[in-house]
Design a protein around this ligand. Structure first.
Ligand SMILES: Nc1nc2c(ncn2[C@@H]2O[C@H](COP(=O)(O)OP(=O)(O)OP(=O)(O)O)[C@@H](O)[C@H]2O)c(=O)[nH]1
Ligand SMILES: [Zn+2]
Length: 352
């Protein structure tokens, strides 16, 4: 019956619910994001059962909570745990001011599919990965997801639907077209800027640029994104052809709010990788299948990839795009971003 939502449509609903502060049902558990939970909903959830706080092993490591389930920990809620307690565990902003939150006791044994799915959902909603999970049947009206590992991968690769395109002359390249793509899973739209008329049967000069509001729009000195964007477009303009994907994966996939949380931690002395980990994220949460799918949709099978990030090269190859050539894109070192660039070279393998 085509009028019943598919799994990826139900996941999109669940993301929206969590962002509003509504719990979702995953199998026979209820899960709510700590970041958006209200006191009334916390009280009602707790009345249904004891509940645990699901955290990633990254966040659990900072909090010295045992992660018995590999990539996740289930912290048992003390009877007097309130929203302030949950938020302090979810958000590292106050870690240095109030370092002692424990001792924390973690659950072990039993099924963890629902907890793992809850954390994957929080990340895909760009919320802090900290989820209150209670074993209880779903009340009517909540979005209901099946349990199981399928959810962890958040459904299959989305189809990228081209919705509109038009000529867009740029300072750096007059012969340009902007294409807008909309994934069929309710995710973010992404853009492609096609410069000139690149032949589809030869490797195209290409850049996968991840959105950086602060660098691209505001001219932030904390990173090199804005100058990289302009340098890539200029190089393509000079070469007469190329394709730049502008991927709405702000903050390496964690979203602008979490990136600002990460910047706040960086002001407390942590580097870009440590900050992500303290928030409960991996260094890089981007889904590179999106870039590969867009290239394929545009008809490109091989790219001369403008990047300093070897992982982008391997991820494109892993997803079926040949990369016969990597073109370095080294620009704009300054006194504010030199530590950031050094960390990327030391910890993320960037070739700078
Ligand atoms: N989480 C987080 N994201 C950041 C930080 N600084 C910049 N970013 C984001 O990092 C992404 C930069 O992506 P890219 O320009 O593709 O950079 P890259 O993976 O380093 O690779 P190349 O630039 O291709 O060499 C953008 O989404 C920025 O918003 C930071 O300190 N923390
Ligand atoms: Zn940036």
């Amino acid at each position: 019956m085509s009028l019943i939502p598919t799994l990826s449509e139900t996941i999109a609903r669940a993301r929206a619910d969590l962002r509003m502060g509504l719990p979702v049902a995953i199998g026979d558990h209820l899960a709510a994001a700590v970041e958006t939970l209200s006191p009334a909903r916390l009280a009602d959830l707790r009345a249904l059962g004891p509940g645990v706080l699901a955290l990633t092993d990254r966040r659990a490591g900072t909090l010295r909570a045992r992660a018995y389930d590999g990539d996740l920990a289930r912290v048992i809620l003390p009877p007097d745990a309130d929203l302030a307690w949950l938020r302090a565990l979810a958000d590292p902003a106050g870690d240095l001011m109030t370092p002692l939150k424990g001792p924390l006791t973690s659950a072990r044994g039993g099924a963890v599919d629902a907890h793992r799915a809850a954390l994957a959902l929080a990340k895909s909603a760009q919320l802090l990965p900290a989820m209150l999970v209670v074993a209880a049947p779903a009340p009517d009206g909540l979005t209901h997801l099946p349990p199981g590992p399928a959810l962890v991968q958040l459904a299959a690769e989305a189809a990228m639907i081209p919705v509109a395109a038009a000529r867009l002359p740029l300072m750096s390249a007059e012969r340009s077209r902007l294409h807008v793509f909309r994934p069929d899973d309710g995710g973010e739209e992404h853009y492609a800027i096609e410069i000139g008329d690149p032949p589809r049967d030869a490797p195209v000069l290409a850049r996968l640029h991840s959105a950086c509001f602060t660098g691209d729009v505001l001219g932030s000195l904390k990173c090199d994104c804005g100058p990289q964007l302009q340098a890539a477009l200029t190089a393509m303009g000079q070469a007469g052809s190329g394709v730049l994907l502008y991927l709405n994966q702000e903050g390496r996939g964690i979203g602008l709010a979490n990136k600002m949380r990460a910047y706040d931690l960086q002001n407390q002395g942590f580097d870009t990788v440590e900050a992500n980990h303290r928030l409960g994220f991996e260094d890089d949460e981007r889904d590179f299948r999106i870039g590969a799918a867009l290239l394929r949709r545009l008809g490109f099978a091989a790219v001369r990839l403008m990047t300093n990030n070897p992982r982008k090269v391997t991820m494109m190859q892993a997803h079926g795009i040949a990369v016969p050539d990597r073109v370095p894109l080294i620009v704009a070192r300054n006194r504010h971003n030199t530590g950031y660039l050094d960390t990327k070279a030391e910890k993320s393998g960037h070739l700078l």
